[in-house]
Ligand binder design. Structure first.
Ligand SMILES: Nc1ncnc2c1ncn2[C@@H]1O[C@H](COP(=O)(O)OP(=O)(O)OP(=O)(O)O)[C@@H](O)[C@H]1O
Ligand SMILES: [Mg+2]
Length: 231
């Protein structure tokens, strides 16, 4: 279980995350919804060791990983699929996946096969430069690269960003399939409709604070969520 308590993060004088608390139960698919600039990426980056929070704790299965160096966060079992995917364009698909070998949290030899099972498209294109992939394929690759570290919790930052609706569906089908295999997942999204259609539990973040939380059914019926995110 991932348990975040009173997380606070800033950029100089800008307080981007203002003391937020939430949990991601083992085996769950949880989401944090929020519009532009709400603090979603800062939250994920602070948990994943890419941004140093100024306060709060991040407990992963009982140990506090807040403020650990990035490589130690990965070793502890968190992997982030970053906003904008960040695949290494000149490297092939397979090379991008194998880069995760250097994370210090090596998967078993089967992990590559598992990624190719989940995304047959990546297997077909494994010798091609990643920069030639479509946006959807690059998103699959970014997810695959994170899976190569066999994370206890997979963090995804706006997987739907910049993708055509039909491709968003394909990416989310893969996220659901992974979750069904037992993978614990936290997704942050602006696309509330798709996120609420797949998650077990959701939080809404606004100006760095969690303003509503609940089951997807409850969130869909919440007037504030309806107006701001599902209108
Ligand atoms: N590097 C930075 N320097 C200064 N301010 C930043 C920086 N990154 C983010 N911010 C500010 O922090 C706040 C939260 O930004 P963040 O990127 O976490 O939001 P977000 O919810 O991920 O937004 P988006 O949907 O656009 O990705 C915003 O006000 C943003 O302008
Ligand atoms: Mg963001």
């Amino acid at each position: 279980m991932l348990s975040v308590s009173d997380l606070t993060a800033s950029y100089g004088a800008i307080r981007a995350v203002r003391g937020i608390s939430f949990t991601v139960a083992s085996g769950s698919l949880s989401v944090i919804l929020g519009s532009n600039g709400a603090g979603k990426s800062t939250t994920l980056r602070s948990i994943a060791g890419l941004h140093r929070p100024i306060g709060g704790s991040v407990m992963l299965d009982g140990s506090n990983i807040a403020r650990l160096a990035l490589h130690n966060v990965v070793r502890a079992g968190l992997a982030l699929v970053p906003e904008g995917r960040m695949v290494v364009a000149p490297l092939t698909v397979e090379e991008n996946l194998l880069l995760s070998r250097f994370s210090g949290r090596k998967g078993t030899g089967d992990t590559l096969a598992r990624v190719f099972d989940l995304f047959p498209r990546l297997k077909e294109r494994r010798t091609q430069p990643s920069g030639l992939l479509s946006g959807g394929e690059q998103q699959m690759l970014a997810i695959g690269r994170a899976l190569m570290t066999e994370p206890r919790v997979l963090l995804l930052d706006e997987p739907s960003m910049g993708l055509a609706p039909s491709i968003v569906d394909v990416v989310f089908e893969a996220i659901v399939a992974l979750n069904r295999q037992g993978q614990t997942i936290l997704v942050v999204e602006q696309n509330a409709a798709i996120a609420l259609s797949v998650c077990d539990y959701g939080y809404v973040i606004k100006r760095g604070e969690i303003v509503v939380e609940g089951t997807p059914q409850a969130l869909r019926e919440n007037p504030e969520v309806l107006e701001a995110y599902l209108g």
